[in-house]
Design a binder for this molecule. Sequence first.
Ligand SMILES: Nc1ncnc2c1ncn2[C@@H]1O[C@H](COP(=O)(O)OP(=O)(O)OP(=O)(O)O)[C@@H](O)[C@H]1O
Length: 281
Amino acid sequence: MAYGGVDVLHGVDLTVRRGEVFALLGPNGAGKTTTVEILEGFRRRSAGEVTVLGADPERGDDAWRGRVGLVLQSWRDHRRWRVGELLTHFASYHPDPRDPAELLALVGLVEQVGQRVERLSGGQRRRLDVALGIVGRPELLFLDEPTTGFDPRARHAFHRLVERLAREEGVTVLLTTHDLAEAERLADRIALLVGGRVRACGTPSELARRAAARAEVRWRAEDGTFRGERTDDPSRLVWDLHRNARGPIAELEVRRPTLEDTYLRMVHREETAVADEEVPA
Ligand SMILES: Nc1ncnc2c1ncn2[C@@H]1O[C@H](COP(=O)(O)OP(=O)(O)OP(=O)(O)O)[C@@H](O)[C@H]1O
């Protein structure tokens, strides 16, 4: 994919399975939104093949569009509408919409039903975006940074909602996010995009193994100082510590690599490799 002759996606090859939650991760400018917009049919690709729900998104008709739900990064232009009216209006486009009142309860906007969209807070607008995205009972839901601006409680409620849509209703979800804990919690599989290329793809635990990040064991030594060691085999290290200690080990802690550790290592490694590739011979 090129913008004005500049390639921003290079040979991106992804398959999202029906019913799975798939997260696209990557640093700013990696190409996540461009990828999602191509899949949604909003952006014309300069090369390559794309099939979404059996059709090329560039030629998706109304029936195809009705099977797809979108939660976009930028707010649409309905500032003067009232929340309940807007949702009812969007529902009227779909043959079998969700009940707007139930949906408002689901996203926690019951009290805002009569409020104008322009008066909503940032997080409340995002919740409305989510409601608009699922009002038509989509088979496939695109969530582009859906929880930006959510407070922790709204984020938690949103995660439960996505889990419910995926597990109980079989909705396929493609999510982009910068919140790694969110990806780890929600995604069946994750693709890591760096510099417009897919650099890794797999379950969160597969990615952790691939990055080979090591666990960290920390404890307070007998002289009162803190010690820490990185190891592939924390169990063996803890066993050795116990054998050599005269009593219990104070403040012993084993920290497994998180998706964040993995992500930071991979992005660093890939960006360094890309920089090396770009150095002229
Ligand atoms: N309309 C456009 N015209 C020209 N270049 C663009 C356009 N939109 C995006 N780009 C460029 O394409 C690259 C990928 O951008 P994209 O928005 O897809 O990244 P992203 O991974 O979604 O980033 P972010 O995490 O910041 O949202 C960037 O280098 C960006 O500058």
